[in-house]
Design a protein around this ligand. Sequence first.
Ligand SMILES: *[C@@H]1O[C@H](CO)[C@@H](O)[C@H](O)[C@H]1NC(C)=O
Ligand SMILES: *[C@@H]1O[C@H](CO)[C@@H](O)[C@H](O)[C@H]1NC(C)=O
Ligand SMILES: *[C@@H]1O[C@H](CO)[C@@H](O)[C@H](O)[C@H]1NC(C)=O
Ligand SMILES: *[C@@H]1O[C@H](CO)[C@@H](O)[C@H](O)[C@H]1NC(C)=O
Ligand SMILES: *[C@@H]1O[C@H](CO)[C@@H](O)[C@H](O)[C@H]1NC(C)=O
Length: 428
Amino acid sequence: MQSYRLQGARLEMSTSCVLQKLSGAMFIVYLLIVGVSSFTIQPEEHTVPAGNCRFRGKYFKTNIGIEGEPVVLQCPQMRYWLGASARPHVSLTWRKNDSAGMVPGGEETGVWVQDDAIWIVPAWQGHSGTYICTVRNASYCDEMSIELRVFEKTEASVPFTLYPQSLTLSTAGTLVCPELGQFTHNKTDMKIQWYKDSVLLDQDNKKFLSVKGTTRLLINNVSVEDAGYYSCVTTFAHKGTRYNITRNIKLHTKIKEEETVPVIISPHQTILASLGSRLTIPCKVFLGTGTDSATLLWWKANNTDIKSTYHERRVTEGQRLEYSENNENYIEIPLIFNPVIREDLNTDFTCVVRNTLGIQMLHTTVKEATTFSWGIALAPISLVLLLLGGIWMHRRYKHRTGKAYGLTVLKTGHQDFESYPRKIKEIK
Ligand SMILES: *[C@@H]1O[C@H](CO)[C@@H](O)[C@H](O)[C@H]1NC(C)=O
Ligand SMILES: *[C@@H]1O[C@H](CO)[C@@H](O)[C@H](O)[C@H]1NC(C)=O
Ligand SMILES: *[C@@H]1O[C@H](CO)[C@@H](O)[C@H](O)[C@H]1NC(C)=O
Ligand SMILES: *[C@@H]1O[C@H](CO)[C@@H](O)[C@H](O)[C@H]1NC(C)=O
Ligand SMILES: *[C@@H]1O[C@H](CO)[C@@H](O)[C@H](O)[C@H]1NC(C)=O
């Protein structure tokens, strides 16, 4: 505060030197910022008051359980806390939204917390609801909620428990028994029974093959009749009781997509840009009647992908666009420079497109557009020169001498003038 006042007083006295005033003002602003930030930031660094916890929202996926079967709820935000479960000073608590208390820890109640998950064995409809997982360490705390819905084991509730999957006709496809992660962890002797429309499948023939030790069912030569309702059942033993774990799947079959070789139709081989400015180079690909889902499109710099070349994200790939014009499909990904620097002039940028039928790439280089700005600057001068040249030539012509020199002036002037609109066209 003392130095602030001194500085201020000196400022008032010195009226002549504007520069000194300016630096003084900047110093005051700096002092203010340091002062204010030391007051606001410091308390936060020490403790997180209980209840002052950042709520990250609801997890996008609702957990589905079936009555009488085990359910595991994973703490959804744990993956943001890298290695947190390995660190002793990170604590994790669960509570259910509609009850004030913590989720009890005790296997005898059938509900317990193990690592970063709640186990409910077996689950009943009363276990449905919103669960909130709180993770905290000495300096930070966050919460996320996850919803559980437990359904009766009846035909009527099947539609609410379906996991949609889809396979392509006339190919070999795989159904996956979903959401078994915690139950199959460290288990190699896993056995899964597959049902189609409640009939146990013969899982070892030419049509169906249940892959031993995995959650997969292979379906050979997928046909329209294969679409419909499947269920897979595995078992889980706890305290001498065997529980079923059932997942219901709705299989949709789809027609094999017609594919054509994709063709890159832009950008041009050289792109003009000014150093220090923002630049966007779209890579546009023509797919014909082919569809975009199976087509990969990406940019490379010096034959390396953009993310690993530009950690600082000065150059990035923009969002992928998929659209149709006159019933023909296109995809597009822009390469965005923010800003262009000299290094870019020596870098080879490549747009690569790939689908099952082929791969195509197009190289492009960025060139400095210096002549462009000179063109603008010189245009009026050229015009004046042209005019003067014309007048001069006119006079010379009258006097019948020195014709050649006059023509030269006219020529250079004309060239400069014309180069200006041509360069604009290139930059587009
Ligand atoms: C918990 O329940 C209350 C009232 O039932 C609701 O307002 C609140 O949004 C719920 N919180 C979460 C995280 O779902
Ligand atoms: C607490 O967790 C946050 C977020 O993961 C981390 O940035 C911070 O360093 C941790 N603090 C301590 C004291 O471990
Ligand atoms: C696949 O099934 C169709 C009928 O759904 C049949 O016409 C075709 O011959 C089968 N292909 C193979 C390779 O088995
Ligand atoms: C578990 O599923 C099998 C069929 O896969 C069935 O026979 C058995 O009764 C089920 N057990 C329970 C407890 O529901
Ligand atoms: C790409 O290679 C050229 C020469 O080989 C080099 O000058 C340039 O800096 C490289 N660009 C990047 C982004 O590494």
